[in-house]
Design a binder for this molecule. Sequence first.
Ligand code: ME8
Length: 674
Amino acid sequence: MPTFYLTTAIDYVNSRPHLGTAYEKIAADVIARYKRLAGFDTHFVMGNDEHSQNVFRRARELGEEPLAYCDRMAVEFTEVWRSLDVSLDDFIRTTEPRHRTGVQELVRRMTAAGDIYEGHYEGWYCVSCEAFKQEKDLVEGLCPIHRTRPDWLREKNYFFRLSKYRDALLAHFEAHPDFLVPEIRRNEILRLLESGLDDISVSRAGQAWGIAMPEDPASVIYVWVDALINYITAVGYGTDPAAFERHWPADLHVIGKDITRFHCVIWPAMLMSAGLALPRQVFGHGWLHLKGEKMSKSLGTIVDPLEAAQRFGPDPLRLYLTKEITFGSDGDFTWDRYEDRYNVDLANNLGNLVSRVGAMAEKYRDGVVRPGGASDGRLAETAREAAGSYAHQMDAFALERGAAAAFRIVDAANEYIAGTEPWALARDASHADRLSQVLFDVAESVRVAAVLLLPIIPRSAAEILRRVGHTGDVQDVRLRDADWRGQGERRILKGDALWPRIVAAEGARNEVPVSRPAIVAGGAGRQERQRNHPVEQQNGSGDAASAAPAAAQEAAPAAPAPAAGNAQITIDDVMKLDLRVAKVLTAEKVPNSRKLVKLSVDVGSEQRTLVAGIAEAYEPDTLVGRTIVMVFNLKPAKLMGIESNGMVLAASPDGGTPTLVGFEGEVPPGTRVR
Ligand code: ME8
């Protein structure tokens, strides 16, 4: 079986993980899971970088021993990775004995090669970067990344003859055009190499926190040199030669674009000096931004990954980060966009499809679907094309395109349902075979899409596979299982809506309450998150499909569900909506909510209370006396503890503020809108 050794950067532990660092781990996990799916014996290693001065200072600030602090942070970090379903095989900490032994061994070998010499360093040092800086690196005297003034150092250091390796590095880049991807990063490093290399300090004097230089306990090894070596100590360098032999060289280091110089200049030169093989490839991903700024603990622009995962469960977050951000480029995270994509990709599209397949299979075929003969082959063709493109894109780490390919199958299946109208076929016994085939083809599409989505949304894809009749261990599923299987019988299971459609209380759209997705993260913090986000389950039954409004999670195929995309609905569907004119009697802001307004309205025959997400667009006073349109027959739902009996209609542009639907002239309350 081919092997694949994959690593991420190891994190500084001076604060908890944020969504930017989590982005890297999730992307790497998608790759690791994809490689397993593709049949590789994959070894996926992550870890913590503990010998940083920032870590030492943080521990001291908290009155803790540095090692005890690091122990605590290791628990916190691994807990976050576990909650995000990151499937790491090993977690290395730089304070571990296996690491210390390997680091000292490597430095000894570099010394034996004549590449380490004693000298004095005088210059700038940014503790947040843990990097020696030259005057030309600073902007107005500040570190451009952390916007802080670096320290001025004068100390005895050991130096590494990095300059000696410039030509060898250039030759390596030349011979291995894919050593560093994407190309923009490769070009940056090539320019750097072409401009020449200076030797670098590889030790710090007068510090106790770190790994001692082998022959000089008064000096500790520079934290970056210490950290880079994790990639070999994690697989046994200096402690377990057989494991090292098995795993090294790494197939891929996944790191952020800010640290490519360390990984593609210093690290390979260190390995060359020690006579070890170089990693095969380095992927320098982009930054996750929040409001246009790099998400960064030192800049304070961070989102808590657990909070983001607890919003809908880890899978929607994983999908957002994989599908919405071009892997290799910078990308934005906004709560609004995250919620929009949840609704579009999951609630309306994939979740709706799975619900419909379950409901139709049960209603028309008692839960068992079989081919009925004479498939038109359209879905099979889409699935084949998409699966081929998926593998091609994922092999090139174009994760967003891989995700998009899988969703092409989902889109096609939804459109196919809208086009073939199984509910109409069911009304005529002469179409029984055709109906069987349609149901089978749609179920098979769902199965293929779920196989392809396993690396990205592992929990949900496993659940979807179970619902479309997969019975084996999902760990054994391989990429070849994405081949279209036009034969056999499938037992299709109905279940709760996987992702009930939401319009969150803070989401500015018309108010549809959040139901709990069928698949969510477990673990600590969930209750806290629910308190912070003023949305409540619509009903206590857990029957999310019935809780979902306006048929977004429609499960009963007799009245067809509105499909995703541009699929059409019938007049019967439209007539299910009881829309009425109402007049606003009172309006008040809902406490602790930016967007919600509580309205009491006159609907002719009665008064109703509504909660609407329009507070950012309308002052409550301006609403009183206004004529609006509401959905009259929507199930009551609680928002911020207030029961809302209907939904206000408004034009709601993506990312914009809502505008209420109204009339030119006077229309009496209670009038039906149709
Ligand atoms: O750099 N978006 O640790 P770190 C995307 N210990 N990635 C981000 C990010 C963002 N907003 N912020 C950080 C270190 N990262 C060193 C690595 S490896 C031998 C030593 C990425 O905790 C960052 O680019 O500052 C890096 O790859 C990783 O998170 C850890 O960052």
